[in-house]
Design a protein around this ligand. Structure first.
Ligand code: IVH
Length: 706
């Protein structure tokens, strides 16, 4: 059905037909979103359809259907969970999409209350969390029931699941006899990424976005599974109460906070619409760095007596509204698929898109991950997106969360052009023509061109000058690329002969476009300064596959000098014997990294390039951290759960200063786990492996900082 005719132009018959169609389309979208946790249309498209439905109904009130989408909240609960009838209905929120909508909202309330224009009327403003709502019922301070929203009247009983969420208290001190706390269950970005990585590793289903992951995790029939999922909860509202929490919205939120709930720290009381809009912009500016998804700002009238006077429409309160951000999901056309070749030869498909605004940012490129992803399979060969493949010419859904690289998340088969062909992933490198092969168990196809592949060379050089490697001031990715294209540098060692070759003579650096006497001299000085360099930076700078910054530093502290490291890499080439065993004993080094290291040193051309580089350098011996008397020197420590006395970053820095190695995951190599509240799966694994576990206090006592 086309929705191109303006509502004011619709005939009655057209309006009736469109309302029927909208009821069907929106019901299907609701079922996909709420019951199956697998949205089929973007939030923005959904909102647009709902708005159109409301506009048609406003013009033809007599045509409003009994099953009108305007009266629906969410979707009926799915089979499998016991049903819970909400004592107080769980409401949805009306939407505002512009500043004008917000001033209209305030004006409407003033009209309703007959409130003079120049009398102040305060509101709270807070982030709208993109998760799923949950109602928690406490009786005599005990959590007795947790229920999802369902259709607003009846939800699903997920009490056992809710009890596994660390930020949901199971007992409250000083709460009203009956208290229903409402809020949002959500998943932080880092937890979502880690969960998806774990899921992929075990061949389990991965989630399209944090909201789906949160919903899928909460709505598990087996609460033991929910327990392993990193869920969190923000309290922002309430249902049934035996006595009022406070006189104002802000007061009630503060009360919930005192009772032990996590409330959002960006919640503010605003005196007028100007302050509300200013706070909206402030929250929007922080959106990318919050660490969890939000999709707007919710304004609520602060005085609860006035909220009570205003009451509700069929599904939404009159006293609150959600001011939505521009969509973070958008549909657009896939114009082409480009293949980028990385430092290690990996061929990465990149979607070239008809530019589209996603969450306020214009996106024209997005990742397609790898060959299998395009085919509709995950790295284990399991079906993704119901097995739908992605073709050039397709309409695709682009997803962007915070500052993460946008990705193509879905494809609309109904809009696929007839001539669209399945995408044939190249089997040769588009940059150098060498064969590109995919090794068993590897999700990625790689160019076998090595040093002859210009793309790999450039990427290696860019990596070499990057911040954690040689970090040469004035020599960034752009300059490296130009110097490479002009044949000035082909490998890292060439950087250290630039001055010799282009410091004087007819083709001097200072005569190049964009350069001058001063900048050329500055670059030569910066390069000279970097001849004296830490061993860890050299090892990392070589750009050997699987060797990250942290591993490079661990290798450096282990071997101490370049000579010792170099000799060990030669001796370990047999892949057995003491040098090999010693390499595997380095923290964080497993078979994969060890193999990658020795094979890099075994390749003659690569080895010769390394030798040329090293000849130009004065590599510093790696200093071992001062650890005399440290009880944790040499130990591998994992921090999990929330810490109260310090941030995670601070805890890590202190532990490392004491000679400990801080790891992100619990394994047999872990010596000690420091578990705060909400430790979840890592705490459990530590117990299983019999690893010593301390709480934050215990840890501080151990390191003498209690
Ligand atoms: S208040 C009676 N505040 O948005 C008012 N809702 O689109 C009840 N949501 O069903 C809702 N963050 O699941 C409120 N800070 C917030 C919210 C919020 C997210 C969700 C909630 C609600 C939906 C409405």
């Amino acid at each position: 059905m086309t929705r191109e005719i303006a509502v004011s132009e619709l005939t009655r018959a057209q309006a009736r037909a469109e309302l029927a169609d909208l009821a069907q389309v929106l019901a299907a979208a609701d079922a996909a979103y709420h019951t199956r946790d697998a949205p089929e249309i973007s939030d923005a498209d959904y909102d647009a359809l709902k708005r159109r439905n409301a506009e048609i109904e406003a013009r033809f009130p007599e045509l409003k259907r009994a099953d009108s989408p305007s009266d629906q909240i969410g979707a009926a609960p799915s089979e499998g969970f016991a049903k819970v009838a909400h004592e107080v209905r769980m409401m949805s929120l009306g939407n505002a999409f512009s500043e004008e909508d917000v001033t209209d909202f305030d004006a409407g309330i003033r009209r309703y209350l007959n409130w003079p224009e120049d009398d102040p009327l305060a509101y709270t403003a807070e982030p709208k969390i993109d998760g799923l709502s949950l109602s928690l019922r406490y009786e005599s301070g005990r959590l007795v029931r947790a229920a999802t929203r369902g259709d607003g009247e009846t939800g699903e009983n997920v009490t056992a699941n809710a009890r596994t969420i660390a930020t949901i208290p199971t007992a409250l001190d000083g709460a009203p006899e009956v208290l229903e706390v409402r809020g949002e269950v959500y998943m932080r970005h880092e937890d979502f990424e880690a969960l998806n990585a774990r899921q992929a590793e075990t061949g389990a289903k991965t989630f399209a976005n944090p909201r789906n992951a949160a919903a899928g995790s909460l709505r598990q029939l087996d609460a033991a599974i929910t327990r392993t999922r990193p869920l969190a909860f923000f309290a922002y509202s309430w249902g049934a109460l035996s006595e009022p929490l406070a006189a104002t919205q802000m007061g009630a939120i503060n009360r919930l906070k005192k009772l032990g709930f996590q409330t959002n720290t960006l919640t503010r009381r605003c005196e007028n619409t100007a302050e509300m809009l200013a706070h909206y912009r402030k929250i929007e500016a922080q959106r990318a760095t919050l660490g969890y998804d939000i999709d707007g700002v919710v304004y609520k009238l602060d005085r609860l007596d006035l909220q009570a006077r205003l009451g509700f429409r069929s599904t939404t309160p009159r006293w609150a509204i959600a001011h939505k951000f521009p969509a973070e999901l958008a549909w657009t056309r896939l114009e082409a698929i480009d293949i980028q070749v990385g430092r290690t030869g990996a061929l990465s498909p990149v979607a070239r898109l008809t530019p589209v605004t996603v969450g306020g940012v214009v996106v024209s490129n997005a990742t397609l991950h790898n060959e299998d992803y395009i085919k509709g399979l995950d790295s284990r060969g399991e079906v993704l997106r119901d097995g739908k493949d992605i073709r050039i010419g397709d309409w695709v859904q682009v997803y962007r969360a915070g500052d993460v690289i946008p990705k193509v998340a879905d494809v609309d088969l109904s809009r696929r052009p007839e001539e669209a062909e399945p995408y044939a992933f190249p089997e040769t490198c588009p940059e150098c023509g060498s064969e590109a092969i995919r090794e068993e168990g590897d999700a990625v196809r790689r160019c076998t061109g090595g040093l002859i592949c210009p793309a790999q060379q450039i990427e290696k050089l860019k990596h070499f000058v990057s911040r954690a490697a040689f970090d040469i001031e004035g020599l960034g990715a752009k300059q490296v690329e130009q110097f490479y294209r002009d044949g000035w540098i082909a490998e890292p060692a060439d950087i250290f002969t630039l001055k010799e070759r282009y410091g004087t003579g007819p083709r001097q650096l200072k005569n190049r476009e964009g350069w001058g006497e001063k900048s050329a001299q500055k670059l030569f000085d910066a390069i000279d300064e970097r001849r004296r360099i830490a061993l860890g930076r050299v090892i990392f700078g070589l750009g050997i596959r699987h060797v990250g910054e942290q591993s490079a530093n661990l290798l450096a502290t282990h071997y101490g000098t370049w000579e010792a490291f170099d000799q060990a890499m030669t001796e370990a080439q047999a892949m057995e014997g003491p040098a090999w065993d010693d390499l595997l004993a380095v923290d964080g080094v497993g078979q994969v990294m060890a193999t990658s290291l020795v094979s890099a040193f075994a390749q003659e051309a690569e080895r010769a390039a390394i030798n040329r580089l090293v000849a130009a350098l004065d590599i510093q011996q790696a200093a071992r951290p001062r650890v005399e008397g440290s009880p944790v020197a040499g130990k591998t420590v994992v921090f999990t759960g929330s810490l109260e006395k310090m941030t995670r970053a601070e805890a890590k820095a202190r532990a490392e200063a004491l000679g400990a190695k801080v790891s992100g995951s619990v394994s047999k190599k872990t010596d000690l786990v420091v578990a705060g509240p909400g430790a979840g799966s890592k705490g459990k694994k530590a117990a299983e492996l019999g690893i010593e576990t301390l709480d934050e206090e215990g840890w501080l006592a151990l390191i003498g900082q209690a």
